[in-house]
Design a protein around this ligand. Structure first.
Ligand SMILES: Nc1nc2c(ncn2[C@@H]2O[C@H](COP(=O)(O)OP(=O)(O)O)[C@@H](O)[C@H]2O)c(=O)[nH]1
Ligand SMILES: [Mg+2]
Ligand SMILES: [Zn+2]
Length: 283
């Protein structure tokens, strides 16, 4: 049976690259529609006479962007234009921990700042707790290496510089947006997803971060989705400590000792509140 990787989908037609690098445009077998099976970019599929006859089991899948088998999610954040938002960063990191998808942070537009020291200290913390952090002005080669042999996705707010980065990395000349337009209203956010070849890997440029609320996540799960909190929680008095009001909480102690960066604990408390509010509204 022939196999291939879906690299693009346009209105029900899929571009599929085979092992021999040949690219075919195929449709799924009619029965897929009855089974409610929709092939996604990133899927490995089986082909018969230019028709998709089976989708191989997925390692993971996302709804927004509509993509499967993501190895690495690059979270692209600019320092300015748009202004860096730590709430959004901690939110997406936690959601990806929950979804079991590797997050890699890329920071752009450092040239818009004169004093970087505050941010360097801040991002050192994320490195310390186990995330890779790259800067677009100096780490292009490392980013390329990360993409090798992977399906990677660039996610981030409009205007942070995703397409600019993709062009630098791939040598393509995809259209970037003016900051004023990118940050303004009226720019359509497309759901179109396409994998672009970079060295021996694939990368998709996508608008936004997809799901950014905690509708599936409860307080305890959230506490486990903050990597370092989970590690420290071994030393909390209660095994199901959510690090809010419980006595003898080791996480709170680490916040007091500045071992945990305070912005991250503050964001955590806001998320816990958000989860509790959602729960209240459900009853
Ligand atoms: N100053 C500065 N501007 C940048 C940088 N990267 C991208 N831009 C600009 O930011 C705007 C939006 O970039 P774009 O790549 O379209 O962002 P996207 O919406 O995330 O794809 C464009 O005007 C880019 O030229 C950077 O590192 N520094
Ligand atoms: Mg773009
Ligand atoms: Zn605790």
């Amino acid at each position: 049976m022939e196999k291939g990787l879906i690299i693009k989908s346009i209105s029900g037609e899929y571009s599929i690259i085979k092992k021999n690098q040949e690219i075919l445009v195929c449709k799924p077998r009619g029965v897929f529609r009855y089974k409610n099976l929709v092939p996604k970019v990133g899927d490995i599929v089986e082909l018969e006479n230019n028709t998709i006859v089976a989708i191989l089991p997925r390692k993971n899948e996302l709804e927004r962007p509509f993509i499967a088998n993501v190895d690495k999610l690059f979270l692209v954040f600019s320092i300015e234009e748009p202004t860096f938002n730590s709430n959004l960063l901690d939110r997406i990191l936690a959601i990806n921990e929950y979804r079991n998808i590797e997050s890699i942070i890329i920071v752009t537009k450092l040239d818009l700042l004169t004093d970087l020291s505050k941010y360097e200290h801040f991002f050192e913390y994320y490195k310390k707790i186990g995330y890779k952090v790259f800067f677009s002005d100096r780490d292009i080669e490392i980013i390329k290496k990360e993409i090798k042999d992977s399906i990677a996705v660039f996610a981030g707010q409009t205007g942070v510089g995703k397409t600019t980065l993709l062009n630098t990395i791939s040598g393509l000349k995809l259209k970037t947006s003016e900051v004023s337009i990118a940050l303004g209203r009226g720019k359509h956010t497309t759901r179109h997803v396409e994998l672009v070849r970079v060295k021996d890997g694939w990368i998709a440029d996508t608008p936004g971060f997809g799901i950014v609320d905690f509708h599936e996540i409860d307080a305890l799960t959230l506490s486990h989705s903050f990597k370092e909190f989970f590690k420290y929680s071994e030393n909390c008095k209660f095994s199901k400590c959510t690090h809010i009001n419980e006595p003898n909480c080791y996480v709170k102690k680490m916040v007091e000792k500045n071992e945990i960066i305070s912005s991250r604990y503050d964001n955590y408390k806001l998320f816990i509140k958000e989860i509790e509010e959602t729960k209240k509204n459900q009853y």
